[in-house]
Every structure is written in structure tokens, then in C-alpha cells.
Design a protein around this ligand. Structure first.
Ligand code: DP6
Length: 337
């Protein structure tokens, strides 16, 4: 018996940074689910015990501990899974060497397969998408937001109804048309392994001197986004999103021990974006994930302009001139024939 899903990656606008207990977020976050950057996974239940992982057609034992830990964490909710061996066949649509984390899309795809198999085996699942989000969260926090398209909130916060610590929820308040087709061109600055993992970064928030202020700030940013998203207020959107990105990296730089994931070229690109915006008035902005790459965000209507800006002023700072063109997407799809 098997199940196949394609799940996209996501890029946070308000960042999840800090966690406690079993994968519970210290602050609320919201992200755009992407489209082109995705993972396609087939999960097969086997008679023979054990876990195997094939990545891009190649047997990849180094991924087995990650899947084993995932199974361990979800076994309370899905004890049936322990009766089977698991064969995972997975493929990322973005290049392996892009430095783009595949944990959000990968864990989301895997969780969707598990929930689908549970249903096929006759186990009752009241809300399959929500259940997939819970399981994805147990695999990797940000993955819980990838089970829905568009804007997705994770973490309980007063300004978002139904928001939960346990799973992501589609953002249900008013969203201006401009944000439904927003573009994200990812500038690949550093394509190697990150010096400090996200997991280690989350841990450093435990004793971070600014932790309480930061968590309060994230709640405030979720609330502040509400009228911005409803009105399509691009200036306020860009200001808030860039502040979030720089705050995330500021938290890394002010952790003990401190560390820096931005590279000199990350800053060159940020400077180029801000200068271009100032001079041209074109609403191009940036955000960062926990790495050196820059996500360049802009409305679909500015696609042509943004493309030539990227060509002329961003690519020279990218590793081998590489970028990935992505956009807000519709969420995961089943790949079953
Ligand atoms: C900076 O979800 O990768 O991208 O829960 O330990 O797997 P784990 O962490 P992860 O952290 C993502 C952090 C972030 C911000 C975000 O996506 O909200």
C-alpha cells in the first residue's frame, strides 16, 4: 500500500524562532506557501520491518534517522505505523545543492502520505489536513504551514481566530488580491550546508536575553499585518517583513554564542534592493530564512521590472548567478493515479 504527495516549501513573513516541549512554537508565525520549490514523496508500507529512503533515485541512508525520529514522534497518534516497514521515495523539485531547506516541504509531504494511508487502512481521521499539519509539525515546525496554500498561520495568537500551537491554519481574514499572486525570487548566495542548524538556533532562544521582547513583538506583528493584508498596503508590508527578516538574523547575532548566517553577498543584495526601491519606487522587498539566501518579494504586476533588476543587480552576487523563480502557491496535491 502506498501514497504519494507533492508538498511545497514556504517562506515565513513573521518568523517562528524558538520552541518548547514537543515542537511547540514560542511565538506565532505566518508564511506564504510557495509553488515551484516542492518535494514529491511516495511512502510505501512494507511487510519487512525497517526504513529505507531513496532521494532522487539514490539510496540515502543518511535520511533514515530523520524519518525514524518522525515515526517515533507520531507513533502515539498513529500506532498502526509501527506494524510496518517504510519505504520512502522522495525528490525535491529544487536543486539539492541550492541550500534551500527541504524539511518544510519534505516533512509536509511525508505527513500527508501518513494521513492518507491511515484513512486507506480504515483509521478514522476527523480532519485529514489538520492531522497532516500536526504530524508535519512533529517532523519540522515550519512544515506544518506547508499543508495549505496561500497564507498560513501557526501558533496561538489573539488576533487570529482558530490559531493553534498544534497545527497551521489557513489565514481566514481579508487578504487583498495583490498578496494572492505575490512573487518570490530566491537569490542563491550560499549553497552549502548551514554552519548552525535551525534546531540549534531555536535552542539558543531558550536563554536569549531578548526572548520575551521578541515573542511579544511577533504577536504584535501578526496583529499589525491584519489591516496591511486587507488593504494591500505594500509599504507597510515591506517594512514589517524586512524588519522580521533582520530581527531573525539579529537574534542569531545576539545569541550566546553569537553566529552569523548572512554572507557578504547577502548584504550586497539587501542594499541593492533597498537602493532600487528608493530610487524607482518599485515595491520590491526581501526576506531571509535561516541561511544566506535572499527571498526577493514583489507583486506579480512588477514581474518584468523585477526580472531585469534581478538580472542586472542581484545575479552578480549569487553563487554561479543562480536564482529560483517562485510564487505564492495553492498548497499540496495528491499524486495518486
Ligand atoms: C527561520 O521549522 O526548520 O525558517 O522545527 O527545528 O525543524 P525545526 O525548525 P524549522 O525552523 C524554521 C525557522 C525559520 C522561520 C520560519 O519558517 O518560520
Amino acid at each position: 500500500m502506498k501514497s504519494s504527495f507533492r508538498a511545497p516549501s514556504n517562506i515565513a513573513l513573521v518568523k517562528y524562532w524558538g520552541k518548547y516541549g514537543v515542537q511547540l512554537p514560542s511565538n506565532p508565525s505566518v508564511s506564504f506557501t510557495l509553488d515551484a520549490c516542492a518535494t514529491e514523496t511516495t511512502l510505501e508500507l512494507t511487510e519487512a520491518a525497517g526504513i529505507s529512503v531513496v532521494l532522487d533515485g539514490v539510496d540515502t541512508p543518511s535520511f533514515v534517522p530523520k524519518v525514524a525520529q518522525f515515526v517515533e514522534r507520531i507513533a502515539d497518534r498513529h500506532p498502526w505505523i509501527l506494524r510496518y516497514g517504510l519505504r520512502v521515495n522522495t525528490h525535491n523539485t529544487f536543486p539539492h545543492s541550492s541550500g534551500i531547506a527541504s524539511s518544510a516541504s519534505g516533512m509536509s509531504a511525508l505527513a500527508l502520505c501518513v494521513v492518507d494511508l491511515a484513512a486507506k487502512l480504515g483509521h478514522e481521521v476527523a480532519d485529514p489536513r489538520q492531522e497532516a499539519s500536526v504530524l508535519a509539525r512533529l517532523g519540522s515546525g515550519s512544515a506544518c504551514r506547508s499543508v495549505y496554500g496561500g497564507l498560513v498561520v501557526w501558533g496561538e495568537t489573539p488576533s487570529v481566530d482558530r490559531s493553534s500551537q498544534d497545527f497551521g491554519v489557513p489565514y481566514a481574514d481579508a487578504v487583498h488580491e495583490v498578496f494572492r499572486t505575490y512573487r518570490d525570487t530566491v537569490a542563491l548566495v550560499d549553497v552549502g550546508q548551514k554552519a548552525v542548524s535551525s534546531t540549534a538556533g531555536h535552542q539558543l532562544m531558550e536563554a536569549h536575553p531578548f526572548r520575551e521582547q521578541r515573542f511579544a513583538q511577533a504577536h504584535g506583528h501578526l496583529a499589525a499585518l491584519k489591516p496591511i493584508l486587507a488593504a494591500g498596503d505594500l509599504d507597510a508590508f515591506m517594512e514589517l517583513v524586512e524588519l522580521e527578516a533582520l530581527t531573525l538574523h539579529g537574534l542569531m547575532m545576539s545569541s550566546q554564542p553569537s553566529y552569523i548566517l548572512m554572507r557578504p553577498n547577502t548584504l550586497h543584495i539587501i542594499e541593492a534592493i533597498r537602493a532600487y526601491r528608493r530610487e524607482s519606487g518599485v515595491p520590491i522587498s526581501f526576506t531571509l530564512d535561516a541561511g544566506a539566501n535572499v527571498h526577493i518579494l514583489y507583486p506579480a504586476a512588477f514581474e518584468q521590472t523585477a526580472r531585469s533588476f534581478v538580472e542586472d543587480q542581484v545575479k552578480p552576487w549569487c553563487k554561479d548567478g543562480r536564482t529560483i523563480a517562485d510564487r505564492v502557491g495553492q498548497g499540496p496535491v495528491s499524486l495518486q493515479q
